[in-house]
Design a protein around this ligand. Structure first.
Ligand code: ZN
Length: 168
């Protein structure tokens, strides 16, 4: 079994899913992304930025905890396993020479729930990558979703992200 799935505790007595002190929420992808589809483009951009920032802050707590518990060497694998366990698609993350992290995500639920969108929609994934890159590269980071499957709803595209040190 995926090791991250084994960490999740489904407590139906109190109606909660936890990994240690970290509580998770399970919801339909079309409910979440359908809410964003109701926003005009300016507000959508603001909300996507807020998603990235919130994921970076709160998901970043999880990433920092995993880095402490398991070590930086294992952080990329742990993050990819965690993403798969949580239904965030299959992730392949590579630490490129020249100090960049590249992430390919197949089957992103955020893209799947927003097929036909005209802008990259996987802001939560960008936030997690930001947190991982901060841990691994140890600097101020800039993350871009270069290609999003939501913008190419033909079933043949993955989402591609790049995290690099921010230039001054
Ligand atoms: Zn995407």
């Amino acid at each position: 079994m995926n090791a991250f799935v084994a960490r999740l505790h489904f407590d139906t007595d109190v109606g909660a899913i936890h990994d240690g002190p970290r509580r998770y929420l399970m919801m339909r992808h079309d409910v979440l992304m359908g809410a964003l589809a109701r926003l005009d483009s300016a507000l959508l951009a603001t909300v996507l930025q807020a998603f990235t920032a919130s994921t970076r802050q709160h998901g970043g707590d999880s990433i920092a905890a995993y880095a402490r518990e398991q070590g930086l060497d294992r952080l990329l694998d742990i993050t990819c396993n965690g993403a798969a366990a949580l239904g965030w698609g299959t992730w392949h993350m590579v630490h490129q020479a020249g100090e960049a992290l590249e992430l390919t995500v197949h089957n992103s639920p955020f893209a799947a729930g927003a097929a036909g969108a005209s802008v990259p929609m996987c802001a939560p994934i960008a936030g997690i990558l930001h947190s991982v890159a901060e841990q691994v590269l140890g600097r101020t980071i800039h993350v871009t979703e270069v290609t999003c499957a939501a913008n190419h709803p033909d079933g043949h595209h993955a989402c591609h992200f790049v995290a690099r040190p921010a230039t001054a």
